[in-house]
Design a protein around this ligand. Structure first.
Ligand code: AMP
Length: 545
């Protein structure tokens, strides 16, 4: 027997409709690419999204067509999220930090029919002109006063002109909630990028789940600043979750440096923000150098890679509660948060920090399994480790136009590629990426653990540990460091620092000091590049005894 409840589909358009109707006067504040601060309300965003949806219909796009965006976090990008997805098209957020070749590949693979781009990315589009000839239009997200002239792309369309004369009302279609709403490519360090195709249902459910108190704890009393870009896994769904709960939204635009973020947070009264550790490191260093504090910020979500415990500690000391989160493009992204449980209230500060530095426990909606190499569940002792497998309504079952889906390979579960431990309470800790773990003499050494310890050294700005091949042990760890300005660090300092913190055989064999550590387009350490450097350097002068 079926239940007798209404079968109303979960659609992205319903989120902004709700915000416009019941939180209509709540503000959306954006730092624009043109430099000024723009403010309007959810009611205004709803009207302009309808104008955009009407314009897209006029351009004769068909249900399911892909619309590319190359844009920072700002109000026009928000209108695209709703105008495009809400009208049954697919919003393809392109990551401008990828290599030019990869961007060309992604645009072609997605089959984008039209591209909306911030002014910043015009040179990039011009360099890809030969791959854009079949586009219906290239629209620049600006007004007539700021429209650029391009000899290479002469038919650029101005966004404000495109929507100016369109009606304020759009007849939002109602359709199956499983239809695709958004597309985001994930780029590993090898192989072509793969497209993760979100559905309306997955986007709405994920946004509801992340708003819960023990996840990100979002409410209408918050002022939310998504610093994580809207081109990277929908800015962790915050452009959906903020209007869903009716929170004020503050968008940083292209300015992600410490000074700009701090002044925006302070002037707009930001209470919650989210982003990757690298950005927060820049903000914290700037604040320390300028003797600044936060006067309104209460909570910060950190994810995408592991925040060093010293960073969590620095923030908590400043009165900011850290929510460490784990996620992937394939998991929409949030799957785990390291939220303390009531029984942890009386733990020492150090014990709390140890738990917060773990990747965390699954939120409802994510099923989790940790498999030993033989495919059996590992014991929940916080020590045994295995491959982390997940399943749930916002986990990808396959990639866009890719014959082989990840879930098919693994029996309906998605293999995250992360090697983890899990404790009795379900706190998961990443030991490594499957491909980054160092296997020395048959034992696994966690590169992440060694990196966290290195980050606690006062001379070190950023650290990375990679494996180098070793005849005797199979692999041995090597430490890469970028030093703080003027600091010194030797191999002897390294050995001193690790002694008594890890087993002797886990101490890296050598340290390589570089001006800057290489990162992928999404800010993760590019370990393939470091492995090559390690091989070359160590081959030329050997490992110091
Ligand atoms: P991406 O799809 O590019 O966001 O990359 C997902 C991968 O980033 C995960 O499989 C993890 O290896 C890594 N990652 C994400 N969040 C965390 C975290 N909190 N701590 C450590 N690694 C993380």
């Amino acid at each position: 027997m079926l239940g007798t409840m209404m079968n109303v589909p979960l659609l992205v358009s319903s989120i902004l409709r709700h915000a416009a109707t019941f939180h209509g006067s709540t503000e959306i504040v954006s730092r624009t690419v043109e430099g000024s601060i723009h403010r309007y309300t959810y009611a205004d965003a709803w009207i302009r999204s309808q104008k955009l949806a009407n314009a897209l219909q006029r351009l004769d796009l068909q249900f399911g067509d892909r619309v590319g965006t190359l844009a920072w976090n700002g109000y026009r990008h928000l209108e695209l999220y709703y105008g495009v997805s809400g009208s049954g098209l697919i919003c393809h957020t392109i990551n401008p930090r990828l290599f030019r070749e990869q961007i060309g590949y992604i645009i072609e693979h997605a089959g984008d029919r039209i591209i909306f781009s911030d002014l910043t990315f015009l040179p990039l589009l011009e360099s890809l002109a030969d791959r854009l000839s079949s586009m219906k239009a290239i629209v620049i997200l600006t007004d007539e006063a700021h429209m650029p002239k391009s000899e290479i792309l002469p038919n650029l369309v101005c966004y404000e002109t495109l929507i100016a004369d369109e009606p304020d009302l759009f007849d939002w279609p109602v359709f199956d909630e499983n239809r695709a709403s958004g597309l985001c490519y994930t780029s590993g360090t090898t192989g072509d990028p793969k497209g993760v195709l979100y559905s309306h249902r997955s986007s709405v459910l994920h946004s509801m789940a992340i708003s819960l108190p023990d996840v990100l704890n979002l409410s209408a009393s918050d002022t939310i600043a998504p610093v994580v870009p809207m081109f990277h896994v929908n800015a962790w769904s915050l452009p959906f979750a903020a209007p869903m709960v009716g929170a004020k939204l503050v968008m940083p635009g292209p300015n992600l440096d410490g000074a700009s973020l701090h002044s925006l947070f302070e002037s707009e009264g930001v209470t919650f923000t989210a982003g990757v550790p690298t950005v927060w490191l820049g903000l914290l260093d700037w604040m320390e150098a300028h003797h600044q504090t936060f006067s309104t910020l209460k909570r910060m979500a950190i994810g995408g890679s592991a925040p060093p415990p010293v960073m969590i500690n620095r923030l908590e000391t400043m009165g900011v509660t850290v929510r460490h989160a784990w996620g992937m493009t394939e998991t929409s992204p949030i799957g785990l948060t390291a939220t303390l449980m009531p029984k942890h209230a009386d733990l020492s500060a150090d014990a709390k920090l140890t738990l917060q530095a773990k990747q965390g426990r699954p939120l409802f909606g994510i099923e989790l399994r940790v498999d030993s190499p033989e495919g059996r569940p590992v014991s929940r002792d916080g020590k045994s480790f295995g491959a982390m497998m997940v399943r749930g309504p916002w986990v990808a079952s396959g990639y866009f136009q890719s014959p082989k889906s990840p879930a098919h390979e693994t029996d309906g579960w998605f293999n995250t590629g992360d090697v983890v431990t899990i404790d009795a309470d379900g706190f998961v800790q990443i030991i490594d990426r499957t491909k980054d773990v160092v296997k020395s003499g048959g034992e696994w050494i966690s590169s992440i653990e060694l990196e966290n310890i290195a980050h606690a050294h006062p001379a070190i700005q950023e650290a990375a540990v990679v494996a180098k091949p070793d005849e005797r042990w199979g692999e041995r760890p090597v430490l890469f460091v970028q030093l703080k300005p003027g600091a010194r660090f030797s191999r002897a300092d390294m050995i001193d620092h690790y002694t008594d913190r890890v087993a002797k055989w886990s101490i890296p064999d050598d340290v390589i000091i570089v001006n800057e550590l290489p990162h992928t387009a999404t800010g993760k350490l590019l370990k393939t590049a470091m492995r090559e450097i390690a091989l070359k350097q160590l081959a030329s002068h050997g490992v110091a005894e």
